[in-house]
Design a protein around this ligand. Sequence first.
Ligand code: SP5
Ligand code: ZN
Length: 342
Amino acid sequence: MLTFHTADTQLRHPRSELHGGQLVTPFECPERVEIILARIRAAALGEVRDPERRGLAGVLEIHDAAYVEFLENLWDNWQAEGHGGEPIPSIWPARTLRGDRIPDNLEGRLGYYALAAETSVCAGTFRAALASKDIALAATDQVLAHGGGAFGLCRPPGHHAARDQFGGYCFFNNAAIAAQHARDHGVARVAILDVDFHHGNGTQEIFYTRDDVLFASIHGDPALEFPYYLGYADETGSGRGAGFTLNYPLPPGTGYPRWRQALEDALARIQTFGAELLIVSLGVDTFAQDPISSFTLESDDFSDYGGLLKRTGLPTVFLLEGGYAVEEIGVNVVNVLSGFDA
Ligand code: SP5
Ligand code: ZN
């Protein structure tokens, strides 16, 4: 299987993540990519190609223009204000405040456009997010042209990014941009299957009222796990989109047998939907050793579900999302891809 990647993803290297009241080295770190690339080569998965660079192409079909402009200028504006640290949101239009005003003040706008405070911004964040999006588009074009599977080694991840919000380490929603790109190139029905440990709140929000993109997510119960405020089983889509969102919240400690049942159910629904393309939001933070998650999948389980995905017979685009057990991230990701290729 071909992998798409560019070193521009490594322009994202923030110093700080707000975690347990302390600023720690971010879990979503550049080493993740290095270890995955090393494993791709060791396992001879296939060639790694640079994506075509496309500027903002694809972004404005999914994201709000003012949000994109805010992200583009955030670092420079923050520097101009003379702050010592990285931009970290600290106030939101929370429930008792107005959500329909976008303040002029930078801190006010930072909270308006953020959904969580753990995601700091650094100088290269915007360029890395564009590179990550280009990786997703290149992998999608590969699959549209040749069928089979392709891997977009995206970083930063995308599935928490909503139309006009960043957070959960995500800025542009790579899977949503890829799905829209496929729609614009004649694919009538696209399924996005989100197997990251965390609910893909951004992807769900983007497609919630649409019947041409099915969104299915298997994740830690949001009553207990990030992103807490979306991803419950009763969220099934609205309007034309009613029935085209599927959530499988699962309890802490969930192991592979139960997780696999949810996957088989989701795949059956994707087949009934009549998907012509499958986009997998591939987070491997379901791994037992993941430092911020609570499922108990083992490395062999990733190979097994790669095989299940292959059995759909659908052209499949894999896009990297989360996974923070850095030592094993390469094995786990490549096990999914090799399981698909087997
Ligand atoms: C793409 C992706 O996987 N994003 C995940 C973002 C999660 N960020 C906040 C996690 C807060 C977790 N607190 C867990 C404490 C574990 N002891
Ligand atoms: Zn995750």
